[in-house]
Design a protein around this ligand. Structure first.
Ligand code: HEM
Ligand SMILES: *[C@@H]1O[C@H](CO)[C@@H](O)[C@H](O)[C@H]1NC(C)=O
Ligand SMILES: *[C@@H]1O[C@H](CO)[C@@H](O)[C@H](O)[C@H]1NC(C)=O
Ligand SMILES: *[C@@H]1O[C@H](CO)[C@@H](O)[C@H](O)[C@H]1NC(C)=O
Ligand SMILES: *[C@@H]1O[C@H](CO)[C@@H](O)[C@H](O)[C@H]1NC(C)=O
Ligand SMILES: *[C@@H]1O[C@H](CO)[C@@H](O)[C@H](O)[C@H]1NC(C)=O
Ligand SMILES: *[C@@H]1O[C@H](CO)[C@@H](O)[C@H](O)[C@H]1NC(C)=O
Length: 307
């Protein structure tokens, strides 16, 4: 079976007609509905389809809506240009490898988009890309409450459990995080996940990661409580009970090949066509004190669902 045909046997009308019962998780319910059964193998397949589609844009058929993808170069969120590519391509020193500053890492070193379009994480599992994508399948599997994660066929998440720690040197703003979350929502919607569940996924991501200064918490009870804010610049909405003093000062990532962690020089000069969000974009965001309301955040997603 060609990966792009994985979903083919599901009649779109079936998906529309069935609502998820309260006692089944999003992961388990849609594994069964879309892939015929809920077990470790199908749950991993569901998460692979979801993450790969969110990253590179829609590639499976049939689908309910287009997904531009996290790696889209001409993306916008709420009217502001967004380009997340430099964080993945190694153009920015934005990866936390445990030092006191970010390091440039190429996360597209396992073949880039091509293997993702074949529903694989990478051509080589040992590449940065292979390791990252494999972790994302498991982490998002935890968020969507896959019941068979950790069993044979769907490895438990073994990465960093503080999302702040992982993303701190990226200095992500509300547009960047909003765009990322929107792509996850659009990817789910493209498979026929019902609007209420798409909204729930969006709320979950926004709630844990989309507000600045969030108090320590964990997405799994057995994990320790840690800082989870991924959106950390001034324009990000405050988490409820925000503890901003507990978060270090935000440092903008420098372009690879430059020495300073300059906040005056825009990283937009990084690499060639892979401009980071411009200083203008970030400043525009900084004037926006309005909370990144989820109604607005998910409006793009819902617009697709309601048409
Ligand atoms: C909003 C929800 C998000 C979630 C739940 C999330 C989750 C994760 C997870 C689980 C990892 C792997 C951590 C590890 O290696 O131990 C990761 C890494 C990464 N994420 Fe995110 N992420 C989110 C948003 C973003 C955004 C908005 C960007 C923007 C570019 C981004 C860029 C990256 C990059 C470049 C890495 C690799 C860094 C590394 O391995 O150290 N993420 N993310
Ligand atoms: C959920 O509840 C329904 C009806 O009460 C039951 O038939 C079904 O087996 C339950 N599913 C799970 C996963 O417990
Ligand atoms: C999971 O379900 C699929 C589809 O029904 C089936 O082909 C596969 O053998 C099952 N795998 C396990 C581990 O039960
Ligand atoms: C993406 O989705 C849109 C809208 O359904 C469709 O027109 C387009 O062909 C899809 N692209 C791919 C590569 O599947
Ligand atoms: C960062 O720049 C250095 C110096 O030009 C180069 O050797 C290295 O390959 C670059 N790293 C990435 C991930 O592109
Ligand atoms: C810059 O981008 C152009 C067009 O995408 C490409 O042909 C060229 O090789 C790139 N230059 C460098 C230095 O990466
Ligand atoms: C979106 O942009 C409009 C006008 O540019 C602004 O009024 C609104 O608050 C923004 N919404 C979000 C969620 O950023």
């Amino acid at each position: 079976m060609r990966p792009s045909q994985l979903l083919l046997f599901v009649a779109a009308s079936t998906v529309q007609a069935q609502l998820r019962p309260n006692n089944e998780t999003i992961c388990d319910f849609y594994s069964k509905l879309l892939l015929g059964a809920s077990n470790a193998t199908t749950q991993l397949t569901l998460l692979t389809l979801l993450v790969n589609t969110a990253v590179i844009g829609n590639y499976t058929q049939p689908n309910h809506n287009a997904v531009p993808g996290i790696l889209a170069k001409d993306a916008t969120f709420n009217g502001t240009k967004v380009n997340l590519v430099p964080y993945f391509s190694g153009a920015l020193k934005s990866t936390n490898v445990g030092k006191d500053h970010g390091v440039a890492v190429n996360f597209l070193d396992g073949g880039g988009a091509a293997p993702l379009a074949e529903s694989k994480p990478a051509n080589s599992l040992a590449s940065h890309q292979g390791i990252l994508l494999t972790k994302l399948y498991s982490y998002f599997g935890v968020l969507l409450a896959c019941s068979d994660i950790g069993k044979e066929g769907f490895p438990a998440y073994n990465g960093e459990t503080s999302m702040y720690t992982t993303h701190k040197y990226m200095a992500l703003d509300s547009y960047e995080v909003g765009y990322f979350i929107e792509q996850v929502g659009l990817a789910a919607a493209s498979f026929g996940v019902e609007a209420a569940d798409v909204t729930l996924v969006g709320y979950t991501l926004q709630g844990y990661f989309g507000n600045k200064c969030a108090k320590p918490t964990s997405v799994m009870d057995k994990w320790k409580k840690e800082q989870q804010s991924i959106c950390i610049t001034d324009d990000c909405p405050d988490a409820s009970g925000a503890v901003c003093d507990a978060y270090p000062k935000v440092v903008e990532p420098a372009a690879n090949g430059t020495e300073s962690h300059s906040d005056m020089t825009s990283p937009a000069s990084a690499g060639n066509g892979t401009a980071a969000p411009t200083a203008a974009g970030k400043n525009a965001g900084a004037t926006l004190q309005v909370s990144l309301a989820l109604t607005t955040l998910m409006a793009g997603v819902l617009a697709f669902l309601l048409t």
